[in-house]
Write a new protein. Structure first.
Length: 591
């Protein structure tokens, strides 16, 4: 054993002397010198669609000398189960706000890669889009390579906005009441009970029961007068009563001393004394010939407090007949991205105030990356309960349009209820675009354009273009017609086209095969097509169909010649798509 120990000791001594162990121990880095990564957030809680900024630093950052790609920081977003939010849309690399940042395209996962600065600092800003995120806790992991993989994590939570709670507890209401149906054997028992079969709908001939409660005021002395609760409902008609004496039995025997008396009943009012607990109840007799179909305000007063509730009373013998209908409208037919659509409507010819389901069909967004731009700003399905009316029930909602170009196009609103057929309406979202003027050809450029008459933003489907002569002393004559049709509804270009005809019905430009020009005139070596109209030849320039800005120009082939056809008909072939037609006529001196 001693020999073996001496051998081991000698071997260790040799290694120490040779520098194998000692230098290695001397070169070991401390924890402070080791590369590491940190990540921080600008907040700990966010709402859906809110911006989030993640920043951090690679401590003791050493840039790669072989491949700078190795320096990139990978930032992963993970939900509570460790899954990464993914999207089915392809990405163009612009989801985050940083120019040096790009989104991983391996599986369209919510993983970013960002190049750090020379100091090792990095940062990204992105949006917690509702298409990928929900209300829960998420983890962000930042990682990179510095002589091995290093990483750091932090968490954040997406929370729904909470309604503000009042700091002070609300005082109990001093006066409350309900309108109730008569469900017990008689009125007396109903009034003694505090139970209420609550309802706001009553028929003529029924009993309308009002049950309520007040906070009873303490009377200062036994001699003080009690405080009564008054409950009232208006009478809609006059009450006519015939007064007769005991010796008169028939109205035909009435003389001047016995004649009909008319009582103008403004309101039917009851005064009732609440019990010790503050409970009170009254009953109204909804008499035939007095009450008619309508909405009535039931009022209750106690001391200086007043409460009002609307009830509907229906005379089933005289209710309006007709099929139940549902109608919806919007405040405009055209909107710009980012605007708010006011949707209103009504149900008519029904006593039922039914819940309305509203579905909004937006334009096709499949060609857009909805992780990069905001595709939909509001929910495409909404529910609304109309206001209670007699046989008409009104409602209204709003719809927020997204601000990006994905919002441009045609929208269809469909409203449905259980008591009416479905109904539809449409609106369009357009973009504010400056219409590019039709660029004249080289030949047109050299013509001295003395006066140009312009006509802008014509929304009509039928447009008459008349080439008026100038003043009698003027030598200017119409030489060129140029027109532009702008389709404001993106995606509808193929469904909106222009057709130009002479006043006698000859189609010069259009999509029909009978038209002289029905496709783009731009061909190799040519931009015009020459046609003969009457005895004159004209050069026609046409952009063709299926373009957002459909353009044409018409001018005589011979120079120094005016357009001899003074009346033209322009037809915009469309359904309900919004369009704008622009045209101008150039009047020149032909000498």
């Amino acid at each position: 054993m001693q020999v073996r120990n001496h051998l081991v000791f000698g071997l260790v001594a040799i290694l120490l002397i040779g520098g194998t162990i000692l230098p290695g121990m001397a070169q070991t880095e401390t924890d402070e010198e080791q590369p590491r990564i940190t990540v921080n957030l600008d907040s700990t809680t966010y709402d859906l669609n809110q911006k989030i900024t993640a920043s951090g630093q690679i401590v003791n950052f050493t840039p790669s000398s072989t491949n700078p790609i190795n320096d990139m920081v990978e930032i992963r977003f993970m939900d509570s189960s460790g899954k990464i939010p993914t999207t089915s849309y392809t990405d163009d690399g612009t989801l985050c706000d940083n120019d040096i940042c790009r989104l991983s395209s391996s599986d369209q996962s919510f993983i970013f890669k960002v190049m750090p600065e020379q100091s090792g600092n990095f940062s990204i800003t992105t949006s917690l889009t509702s298409l990928l995120f929900n209300y829960e806790t998420y983890t962000i992991q930042a990682s990179t390579y510095q002589s091995g993989k290093i990483k750091a994590t932090t968490t954040f939570e997406i929370v729904a906005p909470e309604e503000e709670e009042s700091e002070l507890e609300s005082e109990p209401e001093r006066l409350v009441f309900e309108t109730c149906q008569l469900v017990m054997q008689n009125t007396s028992k109903e009034l003694k009970s505090t139970e209420c079969s609550s309802s706001n709908d009553f028929n003529v001939g029924e009993k309308l029961i009002v049950k309520g409660k007040v906070i009873v005021e303490n009377r200062s002395s036994s001699s003080s007068l009690p405080n009564f609760v008054t409950v009232s409902i208006p009478y809609p008609k006059e009450l006519v009563q015939t007064l007769t004496g005991p010796e008169i039995a028939r109205s035909v025997e009435l003389d001047q001393n016995y004649r009909p008396q008319t009582f103008i009943l403004r309101d039917q009012v009851y005064s009732v004394l609440p019990d010790a607990a503050g409970n009170f109840a009254v009953a109204f007799d909804l008499r035939h010939s007095i009450f008619e179909s309508g909405l009535y305000a039931v009022k209750s007063e106690y001391l200086n407090y007043e409460v009002e509730q609307t009830v509907r009373i229906v005379d089933v013998d005289f209710i309006a007949q007709g099929e139940a209908e549902l109608a919806i409208t919007t405040d405009k037919t055209e909107y710009n991205p980012g605007e708010t659509v006011q949707i209103s409507g009504k149900i008519i010819n029904t006593l039922i105030s039914d819940q309305i389901y509203i579905y909004i069909e937006s334009p096709d967004i499949s060609k857009y990356d909805c992780t990069v731009i905001e595709c939909l700003a509001d929910r495409n399905q909404k529910k609304v309960i109309p206001e209670t009316g007699l046989t008409q029930h009104d409602f209204s909602i709003t719809y927020e349009i997204a601000t990006s170009e994905a919002a441009i196009g045609k929208y269809t609103i469909r409203a449905a209820s259980s008591v009416t057929p479905d109904t539809r309406t449409t609106f369009f979202v357009t973009e504010e675009s400056s219409i590019v003027s039709v660029t004249p050809s080289e030949e047109e450029s050299i013509i001295a354009k003395k006066i140009i008459k312009k006509f802008n933003r014509i929304p009509d489907s039928e447009i008459s273009v008349t080439l008026d002569d100038m003043d009698a002393d003027s030598e200017l004559k119409p030489r060129v017609i140029q027109g532009s049709l702008f389709t404001t509804a993106r995606g509808q270009e193929a469904n909106v086209n222009i057709q130009v005809s002479t006043s006698d019905g000859l189609c010069v430009i259009g999509q029909d095969t009978s038209c002289m020009v029905n496709e783009s005139t731009r061909k190799p070596g040519a931009i015009y097509e020459t046609v003969t109209i009457g005895e004159e030849k004209y050069k026609i320039r046409y952009s063709g169909t299926d373009v957002r800005l459909e353009k044409f120009s018409i001018l005589p082939e011979l120079s120094g010649t005016e357009i001899d056809i003074k009346d033209w008909d322009v037809q915009v072939i469309k359904e309900d798509q919004p369009t704008r037609f622009y045209y101008k006529v150039s009047y020149v001196n032909l000498e």
